[in-house]
Design a protein around this ligand. Structure first.
Ligand code: PHE
Ligand code: CO
Length: 286
């Protein structure tokens, strides 16, 4: 997730290096924190088994993240040979450009702090459970891993073009809250959904939200909410579709979108490919 600035944020930014990384200091986690991690993991693993994209499920089950807060160096020993990505520890949200630079170099920033017990169901800023449980399994998928790097490079460019707001919407509606059509069902692959106790079932079972076909330009002009379940999810038909759609140079796209009033999160347009309400198994609106 991208953040505006490193001010007024939770986390200890005092020992950060110029690239905003810190040491994970795994030995500093308390037994209570490992126990809280295990509880978070156990609840979520059952729901993931039922709802998540197969690409996410297959990786999670191969990794032993249920035993306690993972050591980043141990994970890197598996992740680097798989997709040449590496985790780096950060104190919390980091400035956009720093975040993009890490992604562009196939480094994924993971927050080191864990939520408090009273935040079991909901946190405002991403913690290690969100960053790790939600994002890391997908980094083992080769196509998705390449998409994340391309996104980082695109972010550096968007920063220079003053277009981060538009590009951030793409991250939100794919990496954080994306759904994929798979085996005749809709499955979340977005980290914001997969690390959430409630939204993981809501996003596919609830009759309330819109589920619309992935459309790059449409997404880049659609606002989003950060403090409620999403009102709209966008559905890809495969990671290849996502990768191919985002391959072209975005500079002319930003030009075209600039100055246009963005759509509200709840808008449905006549041009949208709409999935039926309560979408599993998949039914298209007729
Ligand atoms: N192709 C995009 C550009 O030229 C970069 C990008 C790739 C953005 C993948 C998002 C995702 O800006
Ligand atoms: Co995230």
């Amino acid at each position: 997730m991208t953040g505006e600035t490193a001010h007024n944020l939770r986390g200890d930014y005092s020992r950060m290096r110029p690239d905003c990384t810190v040491d994970q200091d795994w030995d500093a986690y308390s037994p209570q924190q490992h126990a809280l991690w295990r509880r978070l993991y156990a609840r979520q693993a059952g729901r993931v088994e039922r709802y998540a994209a197969p690409e996410f499920r297959s990786t999670l089950s191969r990794l032993d993240f249920h035993v306690g807060i993972p050591r980043f160096d141990a994970v890197n020993a598996m992740l680097e040979p798989a997709t040449n990505w590496r985790l780096v520890a950060v104190p919390g949200l980091v400035p956009d450009l720093v975040f993009f630079e890490h992604l562009a170099h196939r480094r994924f920033p993971v927050t080191v702090w864990l939520r408090e017990p009273h935040e079991f169901d909901y946190i405002v800023e991403p913690d290690i459970f969100h960053d790790f449980f939600g994002h890391v399994p997908m980094l083992f998928n080769p196509v998705f891993a390449d998409y994340m790097q391309a996104y980082g490079r695109g972010g550096i460019k968007a920063h220079a073009l003053g277009a981060i707001e538009m590009l951030a919407r793409l991250y939100w509606y794919t990496v954080e809250f994306g759904l994929i059509e798979s085996e005749g069902r809709l499955c979340p692959y977005g980290a914001g959904i997969l690390s959430s106790g409630g939204e993981i079932s809501y996003c596919v079972d609830s009759p309330d939200p819109n589920r619309l076909g992935f459309d790059l330009m449409r997404i880049m002009q659609t606002r989003y909410k950060i403090d409620t379940f999403q009102e709209t999810y966008f559905v890809i038909r495969g990671f290849d579709e996502l990768f191919r759609a985002t391959e072209p140079d975005f500079a002319p796209f930003y030009e075209r979108l600039r100055g246009r009033e963005p759509h509200a999160p709840s808008t449905v347009l006549s041009t949208d490919r709409v999935y039926h309400r309560g979408a599993n198994p998949i039914r298209r609106a007729g």
